[in-house]
Design a protein around this ligand. Structure first.
Ligand code: HEM
Length: 507
């Protein structure tokens, strides 16, 4: 499947498709090999007459050009919108004016100090009332648990709470299978299916209402029902409050995103009768953007810690040094509560001080970016900085997974998990340009939820590291799934033990 120069063989009629099919089960690693070998850019020739030519690139100069310098030439486009049609006219799926409108609103609400307060409060509430009880239960009963599943539940509950002021409580000891939680998983599978099969195939399946497309439609209905119910509850609550002229003080808990959006939408004449649809699209986009990305990042982070105990020790040292005065509690429960209280009460301050933890999270996000691929199609033909020509019949694929592992970008030790890479000589976080550390995208469409994600990851990471010891189940295979989101194919099976009381904090 490769010719003597190392290129995938370009066969008559079928092009390089056989080589691609052969490597599909290990596509992420294959991308790494081929990108390093071909100086970061490679043209894949698809079967004849299919318009399936692809330019795969991880060259930072190309990324900078596509995502920032000539951003206007690379919109999401109609194909993307068709595949992700359930997301409606939300921020992910739109271009031009409507996207700008979404973007401005999202940025201003996420930066709202009252929303930030709400976010931090709710994240810690979920840690204390959801995550810790489930881990304690597993520790007491000696259960094997799937940490990836736990994190998905954690992020689903927190994201629903912070954007819709509704906690579905999927993170409980009995781990319930709620329809809305499951529906989001099925929708994600359908996205992959629509990417993988020819358009005419999935469109026929959609028309017939069969296979993955049937599940897609059903999940769509479940999610709509869930979101519209949350919206109507919130509206009812808001109108009751304004009827009774009651002014709820937000100072204590802060303001959720739905209240900020509803206030804006009520006052704007732009929406007419489409207000509910706008809110539905907005919340579904946030839900899709914020759940699996953060949970997958946490899963790989803990996986890397179990394989790099020296990094875990350094994170513990950093956390210990912040909580020095809590070392001498002797009652186990009391100690755990004190640590948690301390972390949650001082989170704002700690968030900026936990430099090593921040570096370790960035390092995990570099090696295992939650979104593994990004695709673009140019509107007009042009030459990229690498010298390759692209045109509207060509798809450009960027493998974030390969990009984070290139020796020519990150150095000879690019495969090593080294948080030190992110720390400057003065002990501060070293900034890396987004066209090099591409995990959160680059340019005008950079992830708007990055700081939200870091707040969640730090809260979860510090509470678990301070209170528990995690042991991966022996012989359980941890490998990335072949999907747009870099899930662990078989989850991350672990046993958890509460840290001993009598050892030094962090031992
Ligand atoms: C570790 C966690 C996360 C990672 C790695 C991540 C990564 C990304 C990436 C790569 C994009 C670009 C996607 C594209 O345009 O195709 C993106 C966009 C976006 N992200 Fe995140 N994200 C994370 C967490 C979050 C969270 C928690 C939220 C908030 C709920 C969020 C909200 C968004 C939104 C709204 C966009 C669309 C921005 C736009 O198109 O203008 N993300 N994110």
């Amino acid at each position: 499947f490769r010719n003597k120069n190392g290129f995938p063989t370009n066969w008559p009629v079928v092009g390089m498709l056989p080589a691609l099919v052969m490597v599909l089960p290990r596509i992420h690693d294959y991308f790494c090999e081929i990108m390093e070998e071909f100086q970061l850019t490679f043209v894949y020739e698809g079967p004849w007459f299919t318009n399936m030519n692809v330019l795969a690139t991880v060259d930072p100069a190309n990324i900078h050009h596509i995502f920032s310098k000539n951003f206007g030439n690379y919109p999401k486009g109609s194909k993307f919108k068709e595949i992700f049609e359930v997301l409606g006219d939300g921020i992910f799926n739109t271009d031009s004016d409507l996207w700008q409108y979404h973007r401005k609103m999202a940025q201003s609400f996420i930066a709202h100090p009252q929303f930030h307060k709400f976010l931090v409060n709710k994240i810690w509430e979920k840690v204390e009332t959801g995550l810790i009880p489930v881990l304690d239960h597993a520790s007491q009963q000696g259960l094997v648990i799937d940490l990836q599943d736990l994190f998905e539940r954690f992020t689903f509950d927190t994201i629903c709470t912070i954007i819709m002021d509704h906690d579905p409580k999927t993170l409980r000891v009995d781990l319930p299978d709620l329809p809305s939680f499951k529906a989001l998983n099925d929708i994600e599978k359908a996205f992959l299916h629509r990417h993988a099969v020819p358009v005419c195939v999935w469109k026929l399946q959609r028309w017939l209402g069969v296979g993955q497309e049937r599940k897609y439609r059903q999940s769509w209905e479940v999610l709509d029902a869930f979101i519209y119910e949350c919206l109507s509850k919130k509206k009812e609550e808001m109108s009751k409050r304004s009827a009774s002229k009651e002014r709820k003080s937000h100072n204590e808990v802060g303001i959720d995103l739905i209240t900020l959006y509803m206030d804006e939408v009520q006052q704007s004449a732009t929406f007419g009768s489409n207000r509910d649809k706008f809110l539905r699209d907005t919340f579904l986009n946030f839900l899709a953007a914020g759940r699996d990305t953060t949970s997958v990042a946490l899963s790989w982070f803990f996986y890397l810690l179990t394989r790099n105990p020296h990094v875990l020790s350094k994170i513990k040292e950093e956390l210990d040094s912040m909580m020095i005065h809590l070392k001498y509690h002797h009652d186990d429960g009391e100690l755990k509560r004190s640590r948690l209280n301390y972390l949650s009460r001082n989170f704002e301050e700690l968030n900026g001080k936990l430099v090593y933890l921040h570096g370790a999270l960035c390092e995990a996000l570099r090696l295992y970016p939650p979104l593994a691929f990004e695709a673009k199609v140019p509107i007009e033909q042009e030459i990229l900085p690498s010298g390759h020509k692209v045109d509207p019949n060509m798809q450009i694929i960027i493998s974030m997974y390969a990009m984070g592992r290139m020796k020519s970008i990150w150095g000879e030790d690019s495969y090593e998990f080294k948080p030190e890479r992110w720390i400057s000589e003065t002990g501060r976080i070293k900034h890396q340009p987004s066209y090099k550390f591409f995990t959160f995208n680059a340019g005008p469409r950079t992830c708007v939820g990055k700081s939200m994600a870091f707040a969640q990851m730090k809260a979860v990471a510090s509470s678990i590291i301070c209170n528990y010891h995690i042991e991966p189940v022996k012989d359980h295979l941890v490998i990335p799934d072949i999907s747009v989101i870099l899930h662990m194919k078989h989850g991350f099976k672990i046993v958890v033990k509460r840290s001993s009381v009598h050892t030094k904090l962090g031992d």
